[in-house]
Design a protein around this ligand. Structure first.
Ligand SMILES: Nc1ncnc2c1ncn2[C@@H]1O[C@H](COP(=O)(O)OP(=O)(O)OP(=O)(O)O)[C@@H](O)[C@H]1O
Ligand SMILES: [Mg+2]
Length: 346
């Protein structure tokens, strides 16, 4: 497959791009994975260098509580947003909401799409209305009774509003009510969020990347996360510790060796999820495929990680011929075209 390249904007009209981010912080935290979602400065530099090589001017802006003041004084034409936000269930929507309030164009989905997708149960409820298959689930709040709603063990327990496998450990899959209450107690002590309890789908794992919008939207072939060995008992979970030591546990392949029918089902579900939430410019959708060949939607990431040589989204694009710099330029270009900013590659 050939993917379009984005053109270097004409030098006569330089575009100022503000790269907006939140960095991992040093310190002692309640859980080992507390800072999992935040970025390293190297990722910010990789994005900056990619954009500079394509002829854009760049400015680095940390999304702290002074963000509004910074944006009023520093002139940018568009924001390249990778900020995860500061806190709360709507944190991923905080920076886009500020940008939208100030009338500053930005890459990626709007505050509404980011807030909804961070709530996994709410997203599952929405997308199941358009026939996207998703594992049976229940949301459990601290100090409330556990109702299994007809689910059968094994179950997987994960924070309902986190990403980057935060709160997903070697104990997340449970085979009995006793194990379930143990992990719920442990998680409620570590994370201040509701827990999502979901039927564990035994089978293969895939992630699907999306780049661009409308008629220019590319849905890359799924990338398989192939487990070299189980990660917990008989189970395979792409947990935080597994992601930290990924070369030991997994390898990646795209396009995958899988029946076309199943691949098409994942691509069709991806399009439906992105259309339902109105995901823009770039996103990633995770699936498990059961042993009887059914694709199950797990979650959507409209702000997928962009760490060069580490994150799944740049990896799946590279498998399909879109190297890092071209990908970053493609994300920006998709937003520039959407806002009708001149200098965007046609
Ligand atoms: N219902 C399920 N059945 C089997 N495995 C699951 C299920 N839900 C989650 N997992 C496993 O746990 C991993 C992390 O789950 P999920 O993608 O929901 O979390 P996340 O922290 O939001 O991930 P990301 O890093 O993609 O943001 C999945 O990649 C998968 O390996
Ligand atoms: Mg995931």
């Amino acid at each position: 497959m050939e993917y379009p390249d984005s053109e270097i904007p004409p030098l006569a009209k330089r575009i100022n791009v503000g790269i907006i981010y939140n960095l991992k912080k040093e310190g002692t935290f309640r859980s080992q994975d507390d800072q999992a979602e935040y970025d390293n400065i190297e990722t910010v530099y990789s994005i900056r260098d990619s954009l500079n090589r394509r002829g854009y001017e760049t400015l680095l802006i940390e999304a702290d509580t002074n963000l509004v003041e910074k944006l009023k004084t520093q002139k940018i034409d568009i924001a390249f947003n990778i900020a995860e936000g500061i806190g709360g269930r709507s944190r991923e929507g905080q920076v886009p909401a500020i940008l939208e309030m100030l009338g500053i164009p930005h890459t990626g989905s709007d505050a509404t799409a980011l807030c909804i997708s961070l709530d996994k149960a709410l997203t599952k409820r929405l997308v199941s209305t358009c026939k996207v298959r998703t594992p049976k689930y229940a949301v459990i709040r601290k100090n409330t009774a556990v109702r299994l709603n007809g689910m059968t063990f094994p179950l997987i327990v994960k924070p309902n509003a986190e990403g980057s496998s935060k709160g997903i450990s070697a104990f997340s899959v449970v085979k009995s009510k006793t194990e379930l209450s143990e992990i719920l107690n442990r998680n409620f002590a570590l994370y201040d969020v509701e827990m999502l309890v979901e039927e564990y789908i035994h089978g293969r794992e895939f992630t699907v990347g999306v780049l661009g919008n409308g008629k220019d939207r590319i849905i890359f072939p799924p990338m398989e996360i192939i487990y070299k060995k189980p990660t917990q008992g008989d189970f395979c979970v792409y947990s935080y510790p597994v992601k930290q030591a990924y070369t030991e546990y997994v390898e990646y392949k795209s396009p995958p060796d899988i029946e076309k029918r199943i691949q098409d089902e994942m691509i069709n579900f991806t399009a439906k999820v992105c259309d339902t939430l109105n995901c823009l410019d770039f996103s990633r959708v995770d699936f498990r495929v059961s042993d009887d060949g059914k694709a199950y939607f797990i979650e959507v990431n409209p702000l997928p990680g962009l760490a060069k040589g580490y994150s799944d989204y740049p990896m799946l694009a590279a498998f399909n011929g879109v190297e890092y710099e071209k990908l970053i330029a493609g994300i920006l270009n998709a937003a520039l075209v959407r806002y009708g900013i001149s200098g965007a590659g046609e």
